[in-house]
Design a binder for this molecule. Structure first.
Ligand code: CUA
Length: 162
C-alpha cells in the first residue's frame, strides 16, 4: 500500500468542487423556499376512487365549506362528461385562507388559479391540495391546464374575492 495521496486531475477537482457548491446552493434554496417563503410542492393528499367520488363524501356536493371564521376548504371536482369544474363560481371574503382540494372523476386534468401559486395536476384517483390566502379583492379565474379532450377549453371558473 502506498502512502501517497490519491492523484486527482485538477479539472476533475474543480468539477467536484462545483458539484458540491451547486448541491449546497440547492439545499439552501429549498430550505428558504419551504420554510421562509412558504412555497409548497403539490402532492397527493389523499387517494380517492374516481368511480364513486361524485356519489358520496365532499365531492358529492363540492364547493366552499367554512371551517372557522376566515378559514375555508374548497372542494372542486373536474370532469370530462361534460367538460367542466364543479363549482364554476366561488365567492370568498378578502383575507380568507382557502385550502383547495381538487380531484378528477375521469381523466387527467389541470388546475391553475391565475395570479397565485395554485397550480397542479388533477388526477383521477388522487386529491391535490394547496392552501392560499386571498389578501386582495378581485376576480381570480381558474382553468384546466392539461389537454383533456375536445371540451378542454370549456373548463374554467372564477373565484371572486370581495
Ligand atoms: Cu380538463 Cu383540460
Amino acid at each position: 500500500m502506498s502512502s501517497e495521496k490519491m492523484h486527482i486531475d485538477p479539472y476533475e477537482k474543480k468539477f467536484m468542487v462545483i458539484g458540491i457548491v451547486v448541491l449546497v446552493v440547492f439545499a439552501i434554496s429549498i430550505t428558504v423556499a419551504g420554510f421562509m417563503l412558504g412555497i409548497q410542492v403539490p402532492s397527493p393528499s389523499q387517494l380517492i376512487d374516481p368511480n364513486t367520488v361524485a356519489d358520496s363524501g365532499p365531492y358529492a356536493d363540492p364547493g366552499l365549506k367554512e371551517l372557522s371564521p376566515g378559514n375555508y376548504e374548497l372542494y372542486i371536482l373536474a370532469t370530462a362528461s361534460p367538460w367542466r369544474f364543479y363549482p364554476e363560481e366561488v365567492s370568498v371574503p378578502v383575507g380568507a385562507t382557502v385550502t383547495f382540494h381538487v380531484t378528477s372523476a375521469d381523466v387527467q386534468h389541470g388546475f391553475k388559479l391565475q395570479d397565485t401559486n395554485i397550480n397542479f395536476m388533477v388526477l383521477p384517483g388522487q386529491q391535490s391540495t394547496l392552501t392560499y390566502t386571498f389578501e386582495e379583492t378581485g376576480e381570480y379565474p381558474y382553468v384546466c391546464t392539461e389537454y383533456c379532450g375536445v371540451g378542454h377549453q370549456n373548463m374554467y371558473g372564477v373565484i371572486t374575492v370581495e
